[in-house]
Design a protein around this ligand. Structure first.
Ligand SMILES: [Zn+2]
Length: 105
């Protein structure tokens, strides 16, 4: 028997805010992007950042070459930077290898 969770409407709003946040276009600029989303969702900056910190984000097309874990990102601008790696290792694998594993661009 498994347990399934259903988001409440307020969670769905936060999920939409996060989804919008991660659709960042560098041409707009990060500060304008945040300002636009605060206006769109009628949120203060504090409320906005509280909402986006309820979710973690990863990119599924960059995975650790050792353990195959996903690459988590903190801000949208990290995405193109992380995608430049031809070989990428997660922090856990780098630490466990005592620095022998090195990500390569
Ligand atoms: Zn790893």
């Amino acid at each position: 028997m498994s347990v399934h969770l259903i988001d409440s409407p307020s969670c769905l709003t936060e999920k939409q805010i996060c989804y919008d946040y991660w659709q960042y276009d560098a041409k707009i600029g990060y500060l304008n992007h945040i300002q636009n989303l605060c206006q769109k969702h009628a949120l203060s900056h504090k409320e906005f950042f509280k909402a986006i910190h309820r979710y973690r984000a990863y990119i599924s097309d960059v995975r650790c070459a050792n353990c195959n874990s996903y690459c988590f990102v903190d801000v949208p601008a990290d995405i193109p930077y992380m995608r430049e790696y031809k070989i990428w290792f997660c922090e856990s694998c780098i630490e466990f290898s005592c620095g022998e594993l090195v990500s390569q661009k």
